[in-house]
Design a protein around this ligand. Structure first.
Ligand code: CUA
Length: 365
């Protein structure tokens, strides 16, 4: 249900321009009203008792009052019920905001001292601006190249930390066309206050026209494929699990058995970790002999490689129904048993420089 028909626009508040804005405001107003109510109630009672039970004569001994069970139960249960209501409402809202929606338009965001880069799924890039279509779900996948930033769009009532070393996501459905503020909401250095931008909500046809008008790089998946080759990933990650590394065909979203017997779901975070710290979670049946690519690829390049891995379809020779060969068979003891994390990669590929293919390096400005 979109409650935008009951929009209440409070003075001094930012516009309500996303699916979350109304309910976040309502919740906030509720908390404010509740706090105000109890502040007045307690203040007034205090004042009243102050006067009513004042000392009337020197040496007056007040009447001793013992407990009052009903009163004590009431002032325990009523605040308990109120706080549980706040918890339930807040949790529900939080759950909605931080559960990734299906079929959302995906945009990749990188924070960096002191700018916001965005890349759309067809390869369009923008800096300190974000163009999104009206009425469509938009999901942001975000990371930072240096310190913690926070992607804050007040008009959407969404704010999500952007953290180096991991991916965070945020989503919204813009409900009102227009131009809105974008802020960094986490102190990140001297130019923090300048790490600002604009969000443009456009009608879908306008958005499409905008996309067409932006000089387009390769899509992230296409660019990722180039990195995949130039970094020689394809030398080991062969189709059909015949190489030194596991096949990457259709692995995204699946569970994979690790050498230590546990299972991990292949998502962005796991893939990123496996690129930058390959020894952390070794797939069962494989040795810990992949070198790290830490420092050789930027966060944006990692994201592109992940987009490529997401896009790889079924391998040849791997019929959809056929059981997965060797690597997926967890029962057998791992062949290379000393998979100690200490086992440093002996044969690093000869300096896998991120040989940026034709201007694919993200603009450094
Ligand atoms: Cu980035 Cu503050």
């Amino acid at each position: 249900m979109n409650p935008s028909s009951f929009l209440i626009q409070i003075p001094f508040f930012p516009e309500q321009a996303s699916n979350f804005a109304f309910e976040v405001d309502l919740f906030y107003l509720f908390l404010t009203a509740l706090t105000g109510f109890f502040t007045i109630l307690i203040g007034a009672a205090g004042l009243y008792f102050l006067i009513k039970y004042r000392r009337r004569s020197k040496g007056e001994v007040p009447e001793q009052i013992e407990g009052h069970l009903q009163l004590e139960i009431a002032w325990t249960l009523i605040p308990f019920a109120i706080s549980m209501f706040i918890f339930a409402w807040g949790a529900k809202l939080y759950y909605q905001m931080y559960t990734d929606p299906k079929d959302a338009l995906e945009i990749f965001i990188t924070g960096k001292q002191w700018m916001w880069r965005a890349q759309h799924s067809d390869g369009q890039r923008e800096i300190n601006e974000l163009h999104v279509p009206l009425g469509r779900r938009v999901k942001l996948t975000m990371t930072s190249e240096d310190v913690i930033h926070s992607y804050y769009i007040p008009a959407f009532r969404t704010k999500t930390d952007v953290v180096p070393g991991r991916y965070t996501t945020s989503w919204f459905t813009p409900t009102k066309a227009g131009e809105y503020h974008l802020f960094c909401a986490e102190y990140c250095g001297t130019q923090h206050s300048g790490m600002i931008g604009k969000v443009f909500v456009m009608d879908y046809p306008d958005y499409q026209a905008w996309l067409r008008g932006v000089p387009r790089d390769k899509s992230p998946a296409e660019a990722g494929k180039q990195f995949f080759t130039s970094l020689a990933c394809n030398n080991c990650h062969l189709d059909g699990n015949t190489g030194r590394g596991p096949s990457l065909h259709e692995i995204f979203g699946k569970d994979v058995k690790l050498a230590n017997g546990s299972t991990v779901k292949v998502d962005e975070t796991y893939l990123r970790e496996s690129i930058l710290n390959p020894g952390a979670k070794i797939v069962g049946g494989y040795a810990n002999d992949m070198p790290t690519f830490q420092g050789l690829v930027t966060e944006e390049q990692v994201a592109m490689i992940i987009q490529y891995i997401k896009s790889i379809g079924p391998g040849q020779g791997e019929a959809a129904t056929a059981p997965r060969p060797a690597a997926a068979a967890p029962s057998t003891a791992t062949p290379a048993s000393p998979v100690a994390p200490a086992a440093q990669p002996a044969g690093r590929p000869a300096s896998p420089k991120p040989a940026a293919p034709q201007g694919e390096q993200p603009k450094q400005n």
